[in-house]
Design a protein around this ligand. Structure first.
Ligand code: ASP
Length: 584
């Protein structure tokens, strides 16, 4: 038997017991006549003790050769410690070793395996198995397991069935490129890895499964964006015989359950906001509503004066920064530099100080009098002591810029508290989105999303105005889930493909299986998918999803530990019919 107890288990009550422990040597302290070993496993650390008097001499000498991270097994008696360590649960006891076996030696690890390590990100990823021995990483993986388990518990209790869907499929468009897998047995043909199980979960509804979920890997070949993984995990869900309201209620339930079980927080309210309102008041379709600083549109009060920059702008919009009047001129100049950085891209920023005495001082005093500035304050909700920051320009751009400024200032002001949770449903997303590059409309969510019936006539006249029965669940400024009510009849689906620029033949070739299924009694249905990696990171109060993935890829999509992707040899290429025939 390798072990009778784990290294997190022994207490005063075990004193006198003979025990077997196994684990890794965290460190050896050598006082000459006395040796202590911190023995670590997943459950904790137990102190082993050997001394010259009580320990066999050869054993004593053997222990002196132990290095960090050796794997050992020790047998001994639990004794009470002379000096107790209140920082660890096993700190009241130690084990007086009578027998010790080295199960495996270890090279000196390339970084210290402690909570605060000296290892850089790249090195830790290269030796991720050592990184996982560290508490912070280990705890995150256990935390992720707990979240996944609560998801399964909750949904199973609500009669959802977890069904696996295939990974080797045909393209399911979610707006990214497919990863493809060549088929050896079908020369020149390829599978695509699922960007999501979207079409399969809809087919499960046609199959009568009624309530489905799956914790599932999805694959998207996207251009690199910070904190994105080419493979990631979704909590994918679908329900039949539902309207949008049913879905929102069902998944508010799941989110409330998770916040309660995992974070011990009860969130009663899941407010709703239309996409249009989110964009207008926060410049963003995933607003963080834990704090105010709502947008105030200033066109009516700031245009048609002498200030041409504003007169020429499509949108003039501002926010009130709480307490911002205390900023020095230098602070404000720095802020202006910040919005002018290429990542934000504003051309400049106008500001107005709101003095405590009710007067104003702006960077454009030449053009605006006190009454004008009082209007700005009113529209942005600024109070004495605040600073009004104003940007202007093309609507979409200026909203994105001001939203970036709002988030940055909130971060600096400590308004984004990790232990505060404010969920929000954003509803009524546009169905279509104009793509400048291809010069045509794309589905904003995906092509299976149902338009709002009352907006259907607009499909021909003003497609950009058509709203969808699509919704996102936002938590603290992050989109944690998104879904829609689906089209469930062949005619509407065909119409949709037509509007997305598919010829009937193309639609049939790619999605004929789904349209066929719609002819055999497809129930009304809808669903949602949550990004598990992000959700876990947010519930864990942290920013990066990599910290919650056992073996993540780096920002270039590489696994630096196994060194993938990698070249494959000629024979394999030939077998897969991928070898280029370079005829001269
Ligand atoms: N398949 C969608 C996605 O991955 C989610 C859904 O519509 O349920 O975003």
């Amino acid at each position: 038997m390798y072990r009778s107890h784990t290294n997190g288990e022994l207490r005063l009550a075990h004193v006198g017991n003979e025990v077997n422990l196994s684990g890794w040597v965290q460190k050896v302290r050598d006082k000459g006549f006395m040796l202590w070993i911190d023995l670590r496993d997943r459950y904790g650390i137990t102190q082993l003790i050997l001394d010259e008097e009580r320990t066999d001499k050869t054993l004593f000498e053997k222990v002196k050769t132990l290095g960090r991270e050796f794997v050992i097994q020790a047998t001994g008696t639990v004794i009470e410690r002379q000096s107790k360590n209140n920082n660890i649960p096993t700190g009241e006891i130690e084990v007086l070793v009578t027998k010790l076996t080295i199960l495996n030696a270890a090279k000196t690890p390339p970084f210290t395996i402690e909570d605060d390590t000296d290892g850089g990100e790249e090195l830790r990823m290269q030796y991720r198995y050592l990184d996982i021995r560290r508490n912070p990483v280990k705890e995150n993986l256990i935390f992720r397991h707990k979240v996944a388990q609560e998801v399964r518990n909750y949904l199973s209790n609500q009669d959802f069935i977890e069904v696996e869907t295939p990974y080797l499929i045909k393209s399911t468009p979610e707006g990214a490129r497919d990863f493809v897998v060549p088929s050896r047995m079908n020369e020149g043909q390829f599978y695509a890895l699922p960007q999501s199980p979207q079409t399969f979960k809809q087919l499960l509804m046609v199959g009568g499964m009624d309530k489905y979920f799956q914790i599932v890997k999805c694959f998207r070949d996207e251009d690199l964006r910070a904190d994105r993984q080419p493979e990631f995990t979704q909590i994918d869900c679908e329900m039949a015989f539902v309207e949008q309201e049913d879905i929102l209620n069902a998944f508010e339930g799941l989110t409330r359950h998770l916040l309660q079980k995992i974070n011990n927080i009860y969130v009663a309210e899941f407010p709703r906001m239309t996409y249009e309102e989110a964009m207008r008041t926060y410049g963003n379709d995933k607003p963080d509503i834990r704090f105010g600083m709502k947008f105030g549109e200033l066109n009516a009060v700031a245009q048609h004066k002498e200030f041409n920059v504003f007169n020429q702008a499509e949108l003039v919009v501002g926010i009130a920064v709480p307490g911002g009047n205390s900023y020095t001129r230098k602070d404000i100049d720095k802020l202006i530099d910040w919005v002018k950085r290429p990542q934000v891209g504003a051309l400049g920023m106008v500001y107005a100080r709101c003095n405590e005495d009710g007067s104003f001082k702006s960077s454009v005093d030449k053009f605006y009098d006190q009454e004008d500035l009082a209007n700005w304050a009113e529209v942005t909700g600024a109070k004495p002591g605040d600073l009004v920051c104003v940007l202007s320009g093309d609507t979409a751009k200026v909203r994105a810029q001001l939203s970036a400024l709002r988030m940055e200032l909130a971060e600096r002001l400590g308004l984004r508290k990790p232990d505060e949770f404010a969920p929000l449903w954003v509803v009524d997303f546009p169905l279509l989105e104009w793509d400048e590059e291809t010069e045509r409309f794309h589905a904003m969510h995906h092509p299976f999303t149902s338009p709002k019936p009352e907006d259907m006539p607009l499909l021909d006249t003003d497609p950009a105005k058509v709203r969808a029965n699509a919704y996102d669940l936002v938590l603290n400024g992050n989109e944690i889930g998104g879904g829609s009510i689906r089209i469930h009849d062949k005619a509407t689906q065909a119409l949709m493909f037509d509007h997305l620029g598919f010829t009937p033949e193309e639609a049939k070739a790619q999605f004929g299986f789904l349209m066929n299924a719609f002819e055999y009694g497809a129930p009304p249905h809808g669903g949602i998918a949550f990004g598990l990696d992000r959700l876990v990171a947010i519930l864990g109060g942290q920013e990066t999803i990599r910290d919650f993935i056992a073996f993540p890829k780096n920002n270039s999509g590489r696994d630096v530990m196994i060194d993938a992707p990698a070249l494959i040899d000629d024979a394999q290429l030939t077998e897969l019919s991928l070898k280029l025939n370079l005829k001269s």
